[in-house]
Structures are given as C-alpha cells and as structure tokens.
Design a binder for this molecule. Structure first.
Ligand code: NDP
Length: 287
C-alpha cells in the first residue's frame, strides 16, 4: 500500500473517531418520566418507538386509527416499564383530529416533552397514474397533519425545553420511481421543518427539532410493497426506532439510518447520473 493511500485511510479513521468522540452521549435516564406523544404507533416503526420509550420509563400517549391494536400496544408498553401508557384513536386525514390528539396528550400527561410525528397514510407502490385526489389526501395525512400538530404542541414544548421529532425518508431527499405522491409528502416535510429549524434557532427557542431520514425498514407495510421488486436490504424496525429515540433525546438535528442513506444523499449531488442509474436499476421492472 502506498504512503498516499495510508495517509487517506489514517485521515478517515481520525475523522471517524473525532466524530464519534464529540457526538452527544445518549443518557437513557433522561427519558425516565418524559412525556411523549407518538403518532402512527399501532404497528411498524411507531409501535417500536413506543416500546423503546416504555423501556426507558417514559409516560406515553400513542395514536393511530385502530383502537384494538393501540390497546394491545399500550398494554405491552406498561409491561415494559412505561410510567403511563394511554391511547387515543384519530384519523389524520381529518381537519380536527390532529389538534384533538395534541390536546389529549398535553392534558393527560400535564405537558409534553417529545412530539414524535411518524404516521403515514397508505399509498400504492406503482407508476403515477394521475390520481391527484389521492395525492391531496396523502398530503393531508403525511404533511398537513404534521405541521398542524407541531404548531399546536409548540407552546407546551417551549415550556418543557422539549423536542420535535419528525420521521422522514430518504425519498424526501432523493427521488425514486413508483412513489411520486409519497415522495412529495416527505419532500414537503423536509422543506417545512428545515425552515422551521432555522426560525426556532433564530428565535433562540427552547425546542429542539430532529429530522430522521430512513432507508428501507422491514415493517410489514413496506415489505408488502417491495417484495420481489427490489433487492435493497431492509433494516430492522426496532433498530431504526432506537436510533430515532436517541436522536431526539440528544437533540440532534439529523439522523441518517441506515448508513447508506447519507451516502446516497451526498452522491446524488456529486454524481447524479451514477445515482440515477443505480436507483432505476435497483428495481425489477419490465416495461
Ligand atoms: P406503517 O405503515 O407500518 O405504519 C403506519 C402507522 O400510521 C400505523 O400505525 C397506522 O395505524 C397509522 N396510520 C395510517 N393511516 C393513518 C391515518 N389516516 N391517521 C392516523 N394514523 C394512520 O409505517 P412504517 O412503520 O413503515 O413507517 C413509519 C414512518 O417511517 C413513516 O413516516 C415512514 O414514511 C417512515 N419510513 C419508513 C420506511 C420503511 O421502509 N418502513 C422507509 C423510510 C421512512 P392505523 O392503520 O391503525 O391507523
């Protein structure tokens, strides 16, 4: 190995260690008794988020549409160590339910330390067929309800020096076929909350904001869509959820999970043709 290569490898190792060394440490005790609202918690990543917060001794309110599923998740949260586990059913396509959920959590928990926005409405994994009505509906569920809940919760989060955690996607930063409506909603989230982050910082707000960029995660609904269509590896929902919890608790602006999501975001600007080739060829599609 030449001395130039050795210098490059050594520099990468030093940078990696420096980043690790200076990264904020996660103190799980900070979550004991924390008042947390998690949306989309009846299954998938939201359910796993609820279990991690429960394990760390938080007080939790969970929400989604299906009451029976929420009840089962809440019971499991209590058995895992949650100080409180309450649920409220809500449909985020409604104009009023987003506010109703925040008000319920603030009242039942006596305030709010974490608002974790994670829910998504169901959407097809297929070529765009011109369904504008579906895209409008999905915008309401995946985007407008997020900004409505964030606005409603901000006064409580200000009081508690709390955190706003947004679960987004690689598809909000880098586009992909078969997901045009979903990509639009996630790009909107990144744009809106990226802007809100600056405003909170400029106002010297107490509230931290975390934007979580996830790649393919092995939830039932994601796997149903991509089975047989892509060879991309899916990462475990419980691990994704733990990383989201830690990112919120350490008040970091961004999470990229798994690691390749960061590489994709960087390379799409540096090498757009290579990235586009890789994206289009990672799906089994015969026209
Ligand atoms: P799931 O489809 O597994 O879960 C979605 C949750 O949202 C469920 O709890 C569902 O419960 C709830 N929900 C659906 N529709 C509504 C509605 N109209 N009103 C209220 N709640 C609703 O999603 P994942 O766990 O896979 O994804 C979670 C987050 O992670 C999302 O923000 C997603 O974009 C992001 N992500 C996921 C990836 C993946 O590969 N899984 C990749 C990148 C990002 P119910 O049916 O009971 O209402």
């Amino acid at each position: 190995m030449g001395s130039f290569t050795k210098t490059i490898i050594a520099s990468i190792c030093v940078i990696f260690l420096a980043v690790k060394w200076t990264a904020p440490r996660f103190d799980e005790e900070s979550l004991r008794g924390a008042r947390v609202l998690v949306t989309g918690a009846s299954k998938g990543i939201g359910e796993q988020l609820a279990y991690h917060y429960a394990h760390f001794g938080a007080q939790i309110v969970i929400t989604a549409r299906r009451e029976q599923a929420l009840q089962q998740v809440a019971e499991k949260c209590l058995s895992l160590g949650a100080q409180k586990a309450l649920y409220i059913t809500a449909d985020m396509s409604s104009d009023s339910d987003p506010d109703k959920v925040v008000d319920f959590a603030v009242e039942k928990l006596g305030g709010l330390d974490y608002l974790v926005l994670n829910h998504i409405g169901s959407s097809l994994f297929s070529m765009w067929q011109g369904d504008v009505e579906h895209t409008k509906w999905l915008m309401q569920v995946n985007f407008f309800s997020y900004i409505q809940m964030a606005w409603r919760a901000l006064p409580s989060l200000e009081q508690s020096k709390g955190s706003l955690v947004i679960v987004s996607s690689l598809l909000g930063k880098s586009t992909s076929p078969f997901t045009a409506p979903y990509c639009s909603t996630k790009s909107a989230l990144n744009g809106f909350f990226g802007s809100l982050y600056h405003e909170l910082a400029m106002k010297k707000s107490n509230v931290s904001l975390s934007l979580c960029t996830l790649g393919l995660i092995d939830t039932e609904s994601a796997m149903e869509k991509v089975r047989g269509v892509t060879k991309l590896p899916a990462y475990p929902a419980t691990d994704a959820a733990l990383n989201i919890v830690m990112t919120g608790a350490t008040r970091q602006l961004e999470l990229y999970y798994p690691w390749y999501t960061y590489v994709m975001v960087v390379t799409k600007d540096w090498f757009p043709s290579v990235t586009n080739y890789f994206i289009q060829n990672s799906y089994n599609y015969i026209p």
